[in-house]
Design a binder for this molecule. Sequence first.
Ligand SMILES: C[S@@+](CC[C@H](N)C(=O)[O-])C[C@H]1O[C@@H](n2cnc3c(N)ncnc32)[C@H](O)[C@@H]1O
Length: 439
Amino acid sequence: MAFTGRGVGRCEGRVIFVAGGVPGDQVRARITKRKRSYAEAEIVAIEQPSPDRIVAPCRHFDICGGCSFQNVPYERQLEYKRQFVYDALLRIGGEPEPPVREIVPCANHFFYRNKMEFSFLPVESGPPRLGLHVRGEWSKIFDIEECLLQSDTSNRIVAATRELVHSLGIPAYHISEHHGFIRFLVIREDKKSGRILLNLVTAKGEHPGLEQLVASLTQRFPLICQVWRTVNSSLANVAAGESEELIWKSGDFWETIGQDRFLVTPSTFLQTNSEQTETLYSQVARLGSFDSDNAVLDLYSGCGTISHFISRLVNSVLGVEINENAVSMARQNAILNGVTNCDFETADVAVHLKALKQSDRYFDRVVIDPPRAGAGNKVVRRLARLKPPVVVYVSCNPSTLARDIEQFRLYGYKLVQTVPVDMFPHTYHVESVNRLELA
Ligand SMILES: C[S@@+](CC[C@H](N)C(=O)[O-])C[C@H]1O[C@@H](n2cnc3c(N)ncnc32)[C@H](O)[C@@H]1O
């Protein structure tokens, strides 16, 4: 199984990545892309199914791009994921014996997501499409009837929004032709309280139906406590934009992680599986072996979730985060959570590390949790200059983690333990917590 969730096959000595292929399958496949050293293919017929194959529980499994592993048992998914981390550290990271422990499983295999983004697409007649991307097709959307990763209420909100947008005559945005108004429906859901935040992502301008849409949805679904509007007037097909505005509110919206509450806005980064986030951060706390007199630097701190989680174990935490909104939330959340030993800086990590070196700041521990692209050479170099004895690297991408680990080694840091954590059952994504020590 390859990291992207495709089966690795062989034909006439050539490696072929087969979409939907499961290790152990014998398939007839059609080549869709040919490269010098490998090819990509799609299944035409399964001649001999793998003994690992099971029937995927989701009715959309065959077309949805979301869950690629629903057709294998959960235990097998965990094995694949641990192997992804191990292989990346071995092959990309140059670790001869990657110190990868057992993967920490996720207790809830379904309905674990706290946030989902659904895309609109206009059709000739009738309600627009509102759902997820067809597997491998950036411009095709299929109607979601029931997604097993969010709640039943969320599925009902999607269905109601689709009908209301149609009856109110709100034009759906066309992803490739770039016309229309409403682009995405984003649903955030706090699993502890059931409260819901909606974000309607639209093009620029106004549409008279929008107000009625909000009124009808909030009336029909009393768990909705906030509705936001994000304007994205760019061609980029993303559920984010140049402005976000709270357009309806009946109360606060927060997520709960451990003993802390986090007020969030639509653009605030938050791990999408809140329950398992607690498990992830417990591993951060364990691998950090924090002491009550430690000064900790939390890089890429988002809305302060890790900082707050570890704040009770250490003397002080400085969080560094580029998103101004997230930093403002981190500060507000500190008051909410009674956290008094955390400071937050709005800054680019690379730039701020330079400033910290110039002011001769010392940190006993550094926690680093970069986006999928990883930290990169500049950040690793500047971080290493601060010489923290221990770095805890939280990664959502084994490939960029491995690349960064190789860099850390150049500056004297040894990877001593890696703990993969499954945050996203049925997808190929895998998180890991890594402890590096300065030799
Ligand atoms: C994977 S998230 C981690 C957030 C947080 N640690 C958590 O567990 O929720 C990465 C964060 O890095 C921030 N970010 C991305 N590029 C950055 C940069 N160059 N400097 C500072 N923060 C950055 C993003 O806004 C996002 O909040």
